[in-house]
Design a protein around this ligand. Structure first.
Ligand code: AHG
Ligand code: MN
Ligand code: MN
Length: 327
């Protein structure tokens, strides 16, 4: 079978030289991580370290390994001024002369590592706002999602897939396990509009905001016209659950809950990148009240409720939210 275009060739034709360099560096990191995930036991990368990160979560060996690999490669790109990671408390200046900053979740779905279930990497790239030649500052990272210049994720599942957008559609590349190159599998991916899947941690039902409870009730109620009840699928890594959403449609949710008004997922390196590539694929992403890409970030590691996927299902959630707000 003939292979699709390779990643470097595609990027050279579709984006700038600097973004090509940075995306190829991140892609190199994901190839290393793909190998590490598949050889976890052999490389002794399973299990946790004796530390917690800024979110208070136990750092897995693979979290730390992934962060070091990706930070080094972003630096090596020669265009990345600064780096914000789930695993670093503060931002890091990598190259004072770079024009871009990267926000990254080096290893998403850490709880899946030791059970050999899908994990991934999520990232977004903004132009820096601080003067070139000096250190980066928080303002470089606290930018609206609608100012993203490129974003994407890698999924280390039964195969390794790189999905990204540079603002002109969402594209999928598969890693060839033999020659270790990425080849195009789908360009201009569109989230199917007739999804029949909802995806969330339903064990938290009693804690979710009332709108989420109403929405779940709607998903499980019977209606021939919209093929309800819908199926519940939940992998427990955002990358895995979102990849299914891109391919099969439906909606993924991590809503606001009692005691967790902003949900669980992180705005800068989980919600914004996924929202950007979702919109580029014809979908929609909100926090319940507002478009994710229009939220003004205020903290590096802030959390954000998210309802993301095909327009119809996210639109339905919005309808419920507007009805509740009107009361
Ligand atoms: P991370 O491993 O980067 O901390 O992210 C985990 C996230 C996300 O991938 C997933 O959607 C969610 O946590 C699962 O949370 P629950 O275990 O609460 O369902
Ligand atoms: Mn994550
Ligand atoms: Mn993570």
């Amino acid at each position: 079978m003939q292979k699709g275009k390779d990643l470097a060739g595609f990027l050279q034709e579709t984006t700038t030289a600097d973004i090509t360099r940075l995306l190829l560096s991140i892609a190199d990191g994901t190839r290393t991580l793909s190998h590490a995930v598949r050889n976890l036991g052999v490389l002794n990368l399973g299990g946790s370290m004796d530390v917690t990160n800024i979110q208070g979560e136990t750092v897995q060996k693979l979290d730390d390994f992934s962060n070091n690999v990706l930070m080094e490669l972003c630096k090596a790109s020669g265009v990345c001024a600064g780096y914000l990671s789930e695993e670093n408390e503060d931002i890091v200046t990598l190259d004072p002369n770079g024009g871009y900053v990267v926000a990254i979740d080096p290893l998403d779905g850490s709880a899946n590592i030791d059970i050999a279930a899908p994990v991934g990497t999520i990232f977004s790239i903004h132009e820096r706002l601080s003067p070139v030649g000096g250190p980066v500052n928080h303002g470089d990272f606290l930018q609206h999602g609608h100012r993203v210049v490129a974003a994407g994720y890698a999924l280390y599942g039964s195969s390794t897939i790189l999905v990204f957008s540079t603002g002109a559609g969402t594209h999928m590349f598969s890693l060839d396990a033999d020659d270790n190159h990425y080849y195009k599998s789908h360009t201009d991916v569109m989230i199917p509009g007739n999804g029949k899947i909802y995806s969330l941690n339903q064990g938290n039902l009693s804690k979710f905001e009332p709108v989420a409870q109403q929405f779940i009730e709607w998903c499980v109620s019977h209606d021939k016209e919209t093929s309800r009840p819908y199926s519940l699928r939940y992998i427990g890594s955002m990358v895995g659950d979102m990849h299914r959403t891109f391919i099969k449609g439906g909606v993924f949710l991590y809503p606001a809950a009692k005691g967790e008004k902003r949900g669980k997922l992180r705005l800068l390196y989980e919600c914004i990148p996924m929202a950007y590539i979702t919109e580029q694929a014809g979908g929609k992403a909100i926090n319940g009240a507002e478009r994710i890409l229009d939220i003004q970030p205020t903290e590096l590691h802030e959390r954000c409720a998210i309802i993301i996927g095909c327009k119809d299902m996210v639109g339905k959630y919005e309808e419920f939210a507007q009805a509740v707000a009107a009361v």
